[in-house]
Design a protein around this ligand. Structure first.
Ligand code: AMP
Ligand code: ZN
Length: 112
């Protein structure tokens, strides 16, 4: 999708700190971290938001969660725990209209 920052990151037209990538999913550091670990789990395919999800997207939704789990373990926050968050629409705080899961964690002493 033209002019979509996450499409550009997925296509490496815009640099980012990539933590993980495969055929369907890319994970990179949030530019404005709101936690010691703040990553974005993003499908390569452009889907604007949860509101645009369709039956055919069932598989990619599953992939996103499995990648989130895998990356959280790799980052060492699996056991301490973490938060997965999806903002939907402007009222839900969504600013980038390319579907993504925020992966947040790494707080010390369980504080957040
Ligand atoms: P949301 O408000 O759920 O749409 O989240 C968008 C997130 O994308 C915010 O946390 C931003 O800090 C982050 N963000 C925006 N542009 C970039 C970028 N170029 N690289 C990494 N993260 C970004
Ligand atoms: Zn996009």
């Amino acid at each position: 999708m033209e002019n979509c920052i996450f499409c550009k990151i997925a296509q490496k037209e815009v640099p980012s700190e990539i933590i993980y990538e495969d055929e369907k999913v890319i994970v990179f550091k949030d530019l404005n971290p709101k936690a010691p670990v703040h990553l974005l789990v993003v499908p390569r395919e452009h889907i604007a938001s949860v509101r645009e999800l369709e039956e055919k997207d069932k598989e990619i939704i599953g992939e996103l969660f499995l990648v989130a789990k895998k990356v959280a373990e790799k980052e060492g926050i699996g056991e301490s725990g973490y938060k997965l968050a999806v903002n939907v629409g402007e009222g839900g705080g969504q600013e980038v209209f390319h579907l993504h899961i925020h992966l947040l964690g790494g707080w010390k002493n369980g504080k957040r």
